[in-house]
Ligand binder design. Sequence first.
Ligand SMILES: [Zn+2]
Length: 136
Amino acid sequence: MAEYAKPLPVVNDLNRPHWEGARDGRFMVQRCLGCGHLALPPMPNCSGCLETSMEWVASSGRGVVFSWIEYHQGWLPGYRDETPYNVAIVELEEGLRVVSNLVGLPHDQIAIGMPVEVWFDEVTPQVTIPRFRPRV
Ligand SMILES: [Zn+2]
């Protein structure tokens, strides 16, 4: 297996449940115990009501492409050999929008609103990064 050359997530006490969930095949998001607002990346306070009590819940991992962009410049090592690559905003069925990448299809087939599902990319033995692929 070639060494993974892209930046890896910095796992900390705030985001650890997300990354551990990904390794276990679950797409974990943060939910406010005060108002139910969902967040990812996680926040120490709810952006909806400022509550500090949060829990982690497994998302369905299903959603649609809300927006996406194609990068032609590899600004960081690991991306230089993969241009063009995409960065997408996926709107989950739960309503939360998350930033990720779309995999498994050429860019000319990406469409706003297309159904996608999470796919867990095991990039190192320690790190699994959730990405999204077309849902059939
Ligand atoms: Zn809240």
